[in-house]
Design a binder for this molecule. Structure first.
Ligand code: DGL
Length: 271
């Protein structure tokens, strides 16, 4: 049951990717109610223009506020890079947490001074990523890899398909052979490729994800971190095919979420 003291955190992404952040939030922040919204009618975001991404982010943010959310998490690097400022400007009093590639931890941990960033095409060419690298890794060699079609493979739950393996072998392994020792997961969808990436990297580099850090921050700003109230519930909504969200949880290793779902996934209008 929703009470005034129990915040509701709305988490959204283009599709399944942000479930990696939702999983971390469910573990880190048990007292908050969580609403996960997938913009499946418009997935993927990574090949859209900045203006198209901004329009979707503003629509999703408003729809989650209409659902009663008191904190928003933009669980998408692409949406954060292109639109978090516009979302904050539209809702100046709402706590809003975004997701940015873990350039800072990668720069701190690299021994070789070489970092690879796996990202969507939109994030790869964004000014925000360039600024992040300039701020946190100015003296490192940072290889930015636009990973065309990877989010779509994850949407299809092809987490270890021949196509994905071929892409990793083509785009990433040569850089690992050249000395890259930190691989930044710059798209929330790619967290679900971690087992396949680790299998192919064979311990020669470390994967850097930020889901845990984002979850801790969101819990803090929502006010839920200090609550000792009963466990919050979790709702899943999507702009198309909501049933796919629930069906995907086992394949994504998120069975623990199923037990906390308050009802079946619902359609959400976000125009
Ligand atoms: N999961 C998203 C990200 O973190 C977007 C993937 C997509 O829709 O292209 O960038």
């Amino acid at each position: 049951m929703t009470t005034q003291s129990q915040p509701t955190i709305g988490v959204f992404d283009s599709g399944l990717g942000g479930l990696s952040v939702l999983g971390a939030l469910a573990a880190e922040c048990p007292s908050a109610h969580l609403v996960y919204a997938a913009d499946t009618a418009h997935v993927p975001y990574g090949n859209k223009t900045p203006a198209q991404i901004r329009a979707r982010v503003l629509a999703m943010g408003q729809a989650l506020i209409n659902e009663g959310c008191t904190t928003l998490v933009v669980a998408c690097n692409t949406a954060t890079a292109e639109a978090i400022e516009a979302l904050r400007a539209a809702h100046p009093n709402m706590p809003i947490v975004g997701v940015e590639p873990g350039i800072k931890p990668a720069a701190l941990n690299t021994q070789s001074g070489q970092i690879a960033v796996l990202a969507t095409a939109a994030t790869a060419k964004s000014q925000r990523l360039a600024q992040l690298i300039a701020r946190h890794a100015p003296h490192k060699t940072v290889h930015i890899i636009p990973c065309h079609g990877w989010a779509t493979e994850v949407e299809a739950l092809h987490l270890s398909s021949p196509a994905i393996i071929k892409e990793i072998e083509l785009l990433l392994l040569p850089l690992i052979d050249q000395g890259v020792d930190q691989v930044v997961l710059g798209c929330t969808h790619y967290d679900f490729l971690a087992p396949t990436l680790n299998m192919l990297i064979e311990g020669k580099a470390q994967l850097v994800g930020v889901a845990g850090a984002v979850a801790r921050r969101a819990c803090q700003v929502s006010g839920a971190a200090t609550l000792t109230t009963t466990q919050g519930n979790i709702r899943l909504v999507a702009t198309a095919n909501p049933e796919r969200l629930t069906a995907a949880l086992p394949a994504l290793g998120l069975n623990a979420l199923s037990a906390r779902l308050s009802k079946s996934a619902q359609l959400m209008v976000a125009d």
